[in-house]
Design a protein around this ligand. Structure first.
Ligand SMILES: Nc1ncnc2c1ncn2[C@@H]1O[C@H](COP(=O)(O)OP(=O)(O)OP(=O)(O)O)[C@@H](O)[C@H]1O
Ligand SMILES: [Mg+2]
Length: 339
């Protein structure tokens, strides 16, 4: 009898569905997939690329090819596109790590979503060709906290602020529970959009998504005396010719204002909801900022000056949610309550 003896061990994956970047962790192996959450579709039905390759096509391809972002503001915008995207991701992964039909999946989703919106992530995995054996959902603030090195079960009170691409999730946690969490529709992409719009208005120059994102990463700084410049290339609105612009940090800085003002308002609105008996704990522990957008230069000091709270930036901020999930999956952190 061969049954049982040669049975393969169930593979186990963790997924952080970022609006900008999907991150997949494989138990016992590590991060196995980090790609833009994008899918390129030809004639509305044939998938021709996914991930970074699809993102790179944005704005460069003929009309019959559409680059779609299946998540908007942390929520599944098109269920069918999301299933197609995940099927392609799973196919890519199968090529790299072998088949994993019947695998187990641990998903991290924003806490401040409706039950239906959360269930949609479960359903995407359920409808994919992989035929998952088990799908578990976790609230992101808990997993993020663990990924930031915070003892979620025992913290007396702290704030986690995950500033991603299209969302900012601000959460107050204490004693293994999420006291309050809000998902705001603001993220680093707002700055990219403001840079594109500003450069168009002030310099008659049309620049691409990627160029604007690179300006944010390379030129934008909230620190004084931190001189930065970047050559930016785009198409001149007047004569349709390619043109170069030297963008400096002082020219780029105002484009971040609207985003920064909303960020302060968003964090304050959660601080205002902290129950009075926790006030001293939260004040002592301060706020941990994470998510890719927390890497904006000088953001930690800017928030400290404006909120008068202790601010810490997480290590590895783009990956704290997936790193937290990895600790749970590997049995290195045990959540005392289901979240
Ligand atoms: N060094 C940097 N400076 C500024 N922004 C950065 C930097 N590195 C990454 N980002 C921004 O971080 C964002 C991606 O972060 P992250 O991976 O946390 O988002 P996400 O999880 O995909 O999105 P969301 O959490 O909103 O669903 C992008 O907008 C990217 O431009
Ligand atoms: Mg995220």
């Amino acid at each position: 009898m061969r049954t049982g003896l040669f049975k393969r061990k169930t593979k186990c994956f963790g997924i952080d569905f970022g609006t900008d970047t999907i991150k997949i962790y494989k138990k016992g192996t590590g991060l196995v997939y980090v790609q833009k959450t994008a899918i390129a579709v030809k004639n509305k039905k044939t998938v021709i690329a996914i991930g970074d390759e699809a993102y790179d096509m944005y704005g460069k391809v003929p009309e019959q090819i559409e680059v779609i972002f299946p998540l908007i503001n942390g929520v599944i915008a098109s269920f069918d596109r999301m299933v197609s995207f995940m099927n392609c991701v799973f196919l890519d992964l199968t090529r790299e790590i072998g088949k994993f039909y019947g695998a187990e999946f641990h998903l991290v989703v924003p806490a401040d979503l409706s039950e239906l919106e959360k269930k949609a992530f479960y359903d995407v995995i359920d409808k994919s060709f992989i035929r998952a054996s088990r799908v578990l959902l976790y609230d992101k603030p808990a997993v993020d906290a663990i990924g930031c090195g915070i003892d979620f079960n025992r913290t007396e009170g702290t704030l986690i602020c995950d500033i991603g691409a299209e969302t900012t999730e601000v959460s107050a946690i204490a004693g293994g529970t999420i006291l309050h969490s809000r998902l705001f529709k603001n993220g680093g992409k707002d700055i990219d959009d403001a840079i594109s719009a500003g450069v168009k208005k002030n310099y008659n120059l049309i620049i691409g998504k990627k160029t604007a994102e690179n300006c944010k990463k390379n030129v934008l700084t909230l620190l004084e005396d931190d001189d930065r410049t970047e050559k930016v290339y785009g198409i001149d609105l007047v004569d349709n010719m390619p043109k170069e612009l030297l963008l400096t940090d002082s020219l780029a800085r105002p484009y971040a204002d609207e985003f920064l003002n909303s960020l302060i308002d968003n964090i304050k609105s959660v601080i205002e909801r902290i129950p009075p008996e926790f006030a001293s704990d939260f004040y002592k522990c301060g706020i941990t900022i994470t998510g890719g957008t927390s890497s904006i230069k000088g953001l930690e000091k800017y928030l400290k000056d404006n909120l008068k709270f202790e601010i810490k930036t997480a290590e590895d901020p783009s990956d704290t949610a997936i790193n937290g999930l990895a600790l749970i999956m590997e049995g290195k952190y045990k959540l005392e309550q289901e979240v």
